[in-house]
Design a protein around this ligand. Structure first.
Ligand code: COA
Length: 390
């Protein structure tokens, strides 16, 4: 079975930009292929993660972006799964290469979220909830995650201050990440003093609205070798993939244990032949600070009820925690959350960490194993996990 490698990665700037979706995509492709072969020489297929046509009144993003980067006759399709769309695109690319059917597949994600302002993004995101049961009662993404946070604060020793510490850590990481939307640090008091969006979640507990694109070229070893620039970087393999799901509605869910993410991470660990304790860095889907705590637990990085300690240095966390560094990119919280591109932006961070090319301030020494968890809908309605190793 061919071994899928991450051959090349690229992103656009993240944040509020003047760029259209296709221009964001162009920026990401230009970075990925700079100094390497032309896309037309190597790309056999494309998958494009994209949440909503409402931002730019555009579907057919697969075909459009293939044409836009000179791949007119290359099969390309849009993948939809709300915020998990990027990891779904990555998973399809990995499976195509593993099967031997394709030598190199471009996994892409793009979202032009700011086109309709915060109200437009809130409305577009609410389409991820069940129309019959939840949308019509006026729920939003922050209010859905606030339910999880309320239950978590009720059931555990965690406080709003603990969640604030997660935001502070992720802003500090983002300040060291040139790709990040918020390249500024913050402090606990600023987070706690920020306005409630949906209690207990405040402005700084939330991921922002973000324009952005990211691409990851998944290739077999022969094609990946064509991108070797002689810098002696270790090859990065996609060693494990996992997927999970849950109800679309939160009504009948375990609110404090993200079962779908647990299943996805476990499957990815098993495929890769690793355990949670082996994970050096994890990019988990911290759309809200509570999510980082919940996903640390679901992935077995933290003991149940203690995921909120993710911002503490490993030596100060409770027994049962691994030494994993979480959201070294700044996470969705501060690197930014361009919905369809997020799962691929996570892979870009893992690639930089595993190849030792992250900025020195956030580089984790000797990182060899990375976990990615990307979710769509509320928490684990759709979850995809990848394990990348050197
Ligand atoms: N964290 C920190 N600061 C933020 C922020 C965030 N999430 N979102 C916006 N800001 C800052 C802006 O930079 C701006 O600062 P400035 O005045 O210094 O320039 C200020 O807050 C106002 O920005 P604005 O975009 O007008 O904020 P808003 O009130 O319209 O939107 C949220 C804030 C939190 C409601 C919006 O970002 C949001 O809806 N986030 C959640 C997105 C989401 O649900 N994603 C899907 C998850 S599954």
């Amino acid at each position: 079975m061919p071994d899928p490698h991450v051959a090349a990665v690229g992103t656009s700037p993240f944040g509020r930009t003047e760029l259209t979706g296709r221009d964001l995509f162009s920026a990401a492709v230009a970075e990925a292929f700079e100094g390497g072969p032309d896309p037309a020489e190597v790309v056999d297929a494309m998958y494009v993660g994209n949440q909503s046509e409402s931002y730019e009144h555009q579907i057919m993003y697969g075909t459009l972006l293939a044409e836009w980067c000179g791949l007119r006759h290359v099969p390309s399709e849009r993948v939809e799964g709300c915020a998990a769309a990027g990891a779904l695109a990555l998973r399809h690319a990995v499976e195509d290469v593993r099967s031997g059917r394709r030598d190199a597949v471009l996994a892409c994600g793009v979202e032009k979220m700011t086109a309709g302002g915060t109200a437009g993004a809130t409305n577009a995101l609410s389409a991820a909830f069940d129309r019959a049961l939840e949308q019509r009662s006026g729920v939003t993404a922050p209010s859905q995650y606030a339910l999880l946070a309320q239950r978590y604060l009720h059931d555990t020793d965690a406080t709003e201050r603990d969640l604030a510490r997660i935001a502070v850590k992720n802003h500090a990481n983002a300040a060291a990440n040139p790709r990040a939307q918020f390249q500024r640090e913050t402090d606990v008091e600023t987070v706690l003093d920020s306005d409630y969006v949906s209690p207990p979640l405040k402005l700084f507990d939330c991921a922002p609205v973000t324009d952005g694109a990211a691409v990851v070229l998944v290739a077999n070893a022969d094609v990946a070798a064509r991108f070797d620039d002689g810098d002696d970087r270790p090859p990065v393999r996609v060693a494990g993939v996992g997927a999970g799901a849950n109800n679309i509605g939160v009504a009948d869910r375990n609110l404090t244990f993200v079962e779908g993410a647990h299943e996805a991470a476990t499957e990815a660990y098993d495929e890769a032949g690793v355990e949670a304790a082996d994970v050096d860095i994890a990019e988990v889907h911290d759309a809200f600070t509570i999510s980082e705590a919940l996903l640390a637990e679901a992935a077995g990085l933290a003991p149940r009820g203690r995921g909120y300690e993710s911002a503490l240095p490993p030596a100060e966390r409770s027994d049962g925690w691994t030494d994993t560094h979480l959201s070294t990119s700044g996470g969705l919280k501060a690197r930014g959350h361009p919905i369809g591109a997020t799962g691929l932006a996570q892979a870009v961070e893992a690639y930089e960490q595993l190849t030792g090319t992250a900025t020195p301030e956030r580089q984790v020494a000797d990182a060899t194993t990375a976990l990615l968890i990307n979710e769509g809908g509320v928490a684990d309605a759709v979850t995809v996990a990848h394990v990348l190793t050197t």
